[in-house]
Design a binder for this molecule. Structure first.
Ligand SMILES: CC(C)(COP(=O)(O)OP(=O)(O)OC[C@H]1O[C@@H](n2cnc3c(N)ncnc32)[C@H](O)[C@@H]1OP(=O)(O)O)[C@@H](O)C(=O)NCCC(=O)NCCSC(=O)Cc1ccccc1
Length: 124
């Protein structure tokens, strides 16, 4: 797991090439002025899930590196946890395009993120 993911408090609940599920508990320290989870925390959760999903669809030893990210914050996550589901839309030779939806405790769609992730094997 990336050190950032551990620091943020992300938990993985499903890990396969078909999809990666991950969770982040609501915490006041991760919230913004309106009381919901900060956008950076939600984007961090989505990126962690999407990057792992991309890597699982890449060649053996591929290291993910996000190159573009588009986020729609549709409603705030104010309590409980944020539940991320990352799914690959397309895998190419060097990149994967991944969509990640984040829901709240009531299973309402709160955030949708689409990312392009490089999945290259490091040169040595
Ligand atoms: C309020 C609005 C922006 C627009 O809403 P509309 O399109 O007009 O739609 P609608 O009116 O139907 O409301 C839908 C839902 O919105 C909520 N809600 C609405 N009004 C209020 C209100 N007065 N007060 C409180 N909540 C209100 C409510 O849940 C409602 O659902 P409900 O009616 O209860 O079923 C909404 O889309 C939203 O809150 N999005 C999430 C924004 C968010 O969390 N951003 C991340 C944090 S920012 C950040 O960290 C920056 C950053 C970013 C990136 C990196 C670094 C930093």
């Amino acid at each position: 797991m990336a050190p950032y993911a551990r620091t943020l408090g992300v938990r993985f609940t499903a890990l396969s090439a078909e999809g990666v599920d991950a969770e982040l508990d609501f915490a006041p320290e991760l919230s913004t002025v309106g009381g919901g989870l900060h956008g950076g925390a939600l984007m961090g959760l989505a990126d962690v899930a999407s990057a792992v999903c991309a890597a699982l669809n890449g060649p053996a030893g591929a290291v993910p590196a996000t190159t573009t990210s588009t986020t729609h914050f549709l409603r705030p996550v104010r309590e409980g946890a944020a539940y991320a589901k990352a799914r690959v839309l397309r895998v190419g030779r060097d990149t994967a395009v991944v969509e990640c939806d984040i829901e709240d405790d009531r299973r309402q769609l709160c955030t949708r993120v689409t990312q392009t992730v490089s999945i290259r094997v490091p040169r040595d």
